[in-house]
Design a protein around this ligand. Sequence first.
Ligand code: PLP
Length: 420
Amino acid sequence: MGEMMVAKHAIWPRVNDPIFNISERAQNATKSLGKENVINATIGALMDDDGNLITLDTVFNEYKSLPNAEIAAYAGIAGQPEYLEAVKKACFKEFMPEAHIRAVASPGGSGSIKLAVYNYTNEGDEILTSDWYWSPYVSIAEETNRDIVTYQLFDENNDFNFTSFKEKFLYLANKQERIFTILNTPAHNPTGYSVGDDDWDKIINLSKEVAVNPEKKVILFVDVAYIDFAKDDEGSRRFFKKFSNLPENIFVIVGFSMSKGFTAYGMRMGAAIGISSSEDVAEQFFYSCVHSCRANWSNCNRGPMTLLSNIVNDPEKFKAYTEEKDKYKNLLSVRAEAFVKESEKCGLDILPYRDGFFVSIPCEDPKALSEELTKDNVYTVPLKAGLRFAVCAVSESKCSAAPSIIKNAMEYIKSQKVEA
Ligand SMILES: Cc1ncc(COP(=O)(O)O)c(C=O)c1O
């Protein structure tokens, strides 16, 4: 190999994103065989039954009504002040924690993760998340020399595995000053799981136990990228209230995204929302993040900020937006229910689905199963310990058909192994 021109810290394995690879194959199959003959469950966006991206009219009509200058002008480094207020309302609704809350605009939820990870961990730190996780967490962590360590999300009854969570949380508390945990809930990617209120209580109580030691800093990063597609709008937000009046050395950061809730994937808008009982801690958050914004992307996309503020601050517009979104939320729910019901019927084991875009199927050799399924023109994303099936992108009838196809492919692989 020739001399490396890139700096040592910037050398990574030359891999293409596996999701995009399989997604491309699914698209090619759809083109050559016709969409009725292919199940493309690789896409992480809400698609209609014909495979077209769903876009909310209430969002795009508002966007297109903005004066050019409102889209073209720079925004404030921290985000437009109206946006920073509106985003709190959109995120918490009536469950705003009683705390000092500061928001900073970010390019998507991804940007908020970057802001939080960089500013709240030290180089060499380990960051805790569940064993089923969205893989960019690793990219974001390793980019600045942090590692991801995982707990088991589910116990043998498919409930939240608090024992495993506690074990890993305490392991980090013993070895580091900072215990930074990423919780992607509600509507977890890739499993569709949502942490229940009782488990939230346990997580917060454990955080408080660790925080008795004033040297320790507990940071809970709550990735709510899919919150607007959780079935129970109120129930899925109730946990926010638990972030009221926490000890000063427990800091909560909520990662908000417009990508799914506003079907604004490519507009790249989100926010990091810091929550603390201490005004000073909240101010520190704001100014550290503003520095990072300046250093990484300067300011964010102004048009989507204005469109969110305009919708959230106008009750009529907000009602129309919510009604339109809820129509699609129901569509998603019907598809997921079809998948879950058929899985039960044919005996396909899936992880406990509650809400959101994806269902996961645990299996032994995900790559082999995903490959086997392509022979039936079913395209899924192979993960470390299973397959991800995007109910968000597949019609109800295909969601009903898929579980038995998957079950059969699993049985076939098993029978081949036995023969060999
Ligand atoms: C778990 C999770 N978190 C955060 C995001 C953030 O997405 P974006 O940066 O598009 O807002 C996504 C998007 O797919 C996601 O799946």
